[in-house]
Design a protein around this ligand. Sequence first.
Ligand code: FAD
Ligand code: DHB
Length: 394
Amino acid sequence: MKTQVGIIGAGPAGLLLSHMLHLQGIESFIVEQRTRDDIEATIKAGVLEHPTVELLKQIGVGERMVKEGYVHNGIELSFGGKRHRIDLPELTGGKSITVYPQHEVIKDLVAAVLANGTTIEFGVSDVSLHDLESTQPGIRYTKNGEAQEIRADFIGGCDGFHGPSRQAIPANLREEHAKVYPCGWFGILCEAPPSSDELIYAQSDRGFVLVSTRTPTVQRLYFQCDPKDSVDNWSDERIWAEFRARLANDDGWEIKEGPIFQKGIIAMRSFVCETMQHGRLFLAGDSAHIVPPTGAKGLNLAAGDVVLLTRAITDFYRNNSQDGLDGYSTRAVKRVWRGEHFSWWMTNMLHDFEGEDTITRRFRRSQLEYVVSSRAAATSLAENYVGVPFEGIT
Ligand code: FAD
Ligand code: DHB
């Protein structure tokens, strides 16, 4: 089997890449280890940056997002018993973010990719990459017990943090930077009305809380936890007691409680593989970089990579130019580092870490007070939160 671009992974990165290539008349083929039902039901991100929203609209997959997503014009930072609003459009020349769940983005993209006539091979196993330094690299995999092979001009390694693509780059050539945080996030979905019109990022002595939302009847909440903890240790009553304790405030505001129907713990790490290409393999999204979720950046960084990679591959076919491909890592990693730094900064400002000295805690409080009292500091947070522009798209 031959195609122009073989893509490993049908997450946001792989699906976006396939669809954007199609719009440029370039053919692709996707292999995905999970089933369609599984990828369309996995609960992950909620926040889409301004550039991602504009991109999805521009490439014709934004219709449902515009109809069903929620535009948020602010976020709140809560600490010391008080909430402080950061007005996003006011500080960024009119930009906002949209709350629209990742699995809905996935559904929209899968529908678009299949309508393009592109194959997504779901439920494959034993995926491996071959001959990356040749002009016809290969992807081998097993489907229904049978060995298969695709040959392509390029491979898009869009298989997330644990996939095989990054590992296919020889270890001695990979430049990687990693940091693991001593905490995780305990995330729940519950049936309740929204507790707030906007997302609340709350710092407390008991640890961080994020109050997010999904729909008028389903809420998404997170609290900082021990990454080694187990959801089995947390009854619904214990979870709500923890939220109440961490969100205690002077305004009489209370979190709205309801039946919890999903619980999970996620680890937190910062990771960048600066070597985002090797021969004809190009990494995009979580396969090359991971952020702690505090800045809501992961999916949005994946979209930034895909914009650059699509342009580079298009330029190769259309203008016989190698420049975009050769410069891909260097250009992509610039926006990645901005998101990485912002996510690390938000994480440090909002989480308390066990064993910290008291001076670090005082620095944190001073930083929070500065962000909510200085227009310059609030603007810095806001322009990173709504997302720095993709090259050529605002
Ligand atoms: P993935 O979504 O990981 O997709 C990779 C795909 O490759 C998967 O479908 C996987 O099954 C497949 N794959 C893996 N291995 C193989 C293999 N061997 N063979 C074939 N296929 C393979 N980001 C934001 O921007 N905003 C947010 O608000 C936000 N909140 C988050 C909240 C949570 C709780 C979590 C967990 C993440 C959040 N993120 C957020 C991050 C975001 O979800 C990820 O950055 C995003 O999913 C990355 O997309 P991707 O396509 O690069 O990788
Ligand atoms: C959500 C996740 C995030 O990481 C974040 O910073 C904001 C919102 C969410 O899942 O809704």
